[in-house]
Design a protein around this ligand. Structure first.
Ligand SMILES: NC(=O)c1ccc[n+]([C@@H]2O[C@H](COP(=O)([O-])OP(=O)(O)OC[C@H]3O[C@@H](n4cnc5c(N)ncnc54)[C@H](O)[C@@H]3O)[C@@H](O)[C@H]2O)c1
Ligand SMILES: O=c1ccn([C@@H]2O[C@H](COP(=O)(O)OP(=O)(O)O[C@H]3O[C@H](CO)[C@@H](O)[C@H](O)[C@H]3O)[C@@H](O)[C@H]2O)c(=O)[nH]1
Length: 442
């Protein structure tokens, strides 16, 4: 089939590449000329595992092309995906200007029947707005489908190629049939394509993300309570998660959820609720608790240094909002780094993929290290913000010998408490008792 994808970011590029992989002819359109130029030169502009192989293969096979021309995209595709940003507006609502702006343009460019598929995460009622925006300028027949995307960064290619479910919100049989045909190769294992009305599809996406954010936040509150009463959240987590009604996944406590989706989507659902006369009290708490959780290591750090961080140097391991991505949108590491800098401390940071993005934000206000161990050199203590695999089994002797104080503040509970006891490392984590060793100072 002929497919166009408008907006070639994390979702658009993965969607376009993975649709090309099953033989479709795909044109990816983006307004960012520099990005399009880089992709035309064979460069994948984001870090996403396995994407590079598929990207190269489909470009070589002429099934994947890039353009800055919306007209080219609209002329080419029988199905046109919108994978445009829906960032948080000042009041917490989803900013629909990208989606509706492009829809407006699409109306002027249509020259025959097309299916316009909204893959962006949007509030209930957006499909109607997209339809109205196109209809204003077009005399041609078209359908609008809501097809929310559930991929996770770091697993995006796998999630797209083998989705647990595909949600299609459509009131047109013609469009639904085309969508089923397009997605058939991706659900051979028997996972469902769930067809529903557009509004329900739009809400499914917000409900899923808000539920997952709530699950994490609930565990973060349990972790905070564990610290008050001397329980161990990792034991509680396993005790709870083995109940199949609860499930083991998304119960990991830490320094809060980040990323380009959960923070903005929870806020957007909360705001939509308010506009529609419904007060999502639970979401208000989730937003509030998560904001505090992002800085939950700070009181522990301040108390360790008797409130004075001036002149101290902090090694930071992990900058991306989660492992296996270079994405730093709403990353808890940024909140921690800014707070440390505000208190007169210095930062030596290391991340396997996200340092370029962070350096664009902080410039030379922090030092970027060549390796995880290089970050320790000249640092007082270590703070862990992201659970990259490479941090899971470090050389503890190197940590002890390089840091001025052998102390770790771990926002992702990477290490066993018993190991920390044995290694004689002072160790603060989330929802577990601190390990306090008499500190040697180098
Ligand atoms: N990132 C994720 O993991 C993820 C997963 C599921 C859903 N979503 C949703 O998908 C949507 C896109 O998210 P993303 O993370 O891919 O965003 P992104 O910021 O990575 O990419 C958006 C792209 O759209 C381009 N763009 C902006 N205006 C344009 C225009 N007028 N014409 C053409 N291109 C234009 C930008 O240059 C950018 O490349 C959002 O609604 C998001 O909530 C994201
Ligand atoms: O047990 C857990 C699981 C996750 N997180 C945090 O939650 C955030 C989001 O993680 P994850 O969901 O793995 O990453 P995303 O790529 O943001 O994916 C979410 O957001 C996407 C965009 O909407 C959806 O498509 C996905 O289904 C949804 O999982 C990250 O900061 C994680 O550190 C935890 O703190 N504890």
């Amino acid at each position: 089939m002929k497919i166009s994808v408008i907006g070639t970011g994390y979702v658009g590029l993965v969607t376009g590449t993975c649709l090309a992989e099953t033989g479709n002819e795909v044109v990816c359109v983006d307004i960012d000329e520099n990005k399009v130029e880089r992709m035309r030169n064979g460069e994948v502009p984001i870090y996403e595992p396995h994407l590079d192989v598929l990207f190269e293969r489909n470009i070589k096979a002429n099934r994947l092309q890039f353009s800055t021309s919306l007209k080219e995209g609209i002329d080419h595709g029988d199905i046109i995906f919108l994978a445009l940003p829906t960032p948080e507006d000042e009041d917490g609502s989803a900013d629909l200007s990208y989606v509706l702006g492009v829809s407006d343009e699409i109306g002027k460019l249509l020259s025959g029947y097309k299916v316009i598929v909204d893959k962006s995460t949007v509030p209930v009622g957006t499909a109607e707005k997209v339809r109205a925006a196109i209809l204003k300028n077009s005399k041609f027949d078209f359908d609008v489908v809501s097809n929310p995307e559930f991929l996770r960064e770091g697993f995006a290619v796998d999630d797209f190629l083998k989705p647990e479910r595909i949600v299609v919100g459509s009131s047109s049989e013609r469009a639904t049939d085309l969508m089923k045909k397009l997605y058939k190769p991706y659900v051979r294992s028997g996972n469902p394509i769930i067809v529903m009305d557009e509004k329900s599809a739009e809400l499914t996406k917000y409900a899923a993300n808000s539920f997952l954010a709530t699950k994490i936040t609930f565990m973060n509150e349990i972790a905070n309570y564990c610290e008050k009463v001397g329980a161990d959240v990792d034991k509680v987590r396993i005790g709870m998660g083995t109940d199949s009604r609860i499930g083991k996944r998304f119960l990991f406590p830490g320094i809060g959820y980040g990323g380009s989706c959960f923070p903005k989507d929870v806020k957007a659902l909360h705001k939509s609720g308010k506009e529609d006369g419904y007060d999502f009290k639970i979401l208000e708490s989730v937003i509030d608790v998560n904001q505090k959780q992002k800085l939950s290591l700070l009181p522990k750090i301040e108390s360790y240094f008797d409130g004075d961080l001036k002149g101290k140097t902090f090694a930071i391991w992990g900058l991306a909002f989660k492992p296996e991505t270079d994405d730093i949108r709403e990353a808890p590491s940024l909140d921690i780094i800014s707070s440390l800098l505000d208190r007169g401390a210095a930062v030596r940071a290391f991340d396997p993929e996200a340092m370029d993005n962070v350096s664009r934000r902080y410039g030379d206000r922090i030092t970027f290290s060549t390796s995880m161990y290089d970050a320790l050199e000249g640092s007082d203590v270590l703070v862990i913000c992201t659970e990259w695999s490479i941090f899971r089994t470090p050389d503890f002797n190197k940590i002890k010998n390089s840091l001025r104080y052998p102390v770790i503040f771990d926002g992702r509970n990477l290490y066993d408490l018993m190991d920390m006891e044995k290694e004689e490392i002072t160790y603060f984590s989330i929802g577990r008792k601190p390990i306090k060793k008499t500190t040697l100072v180098h």
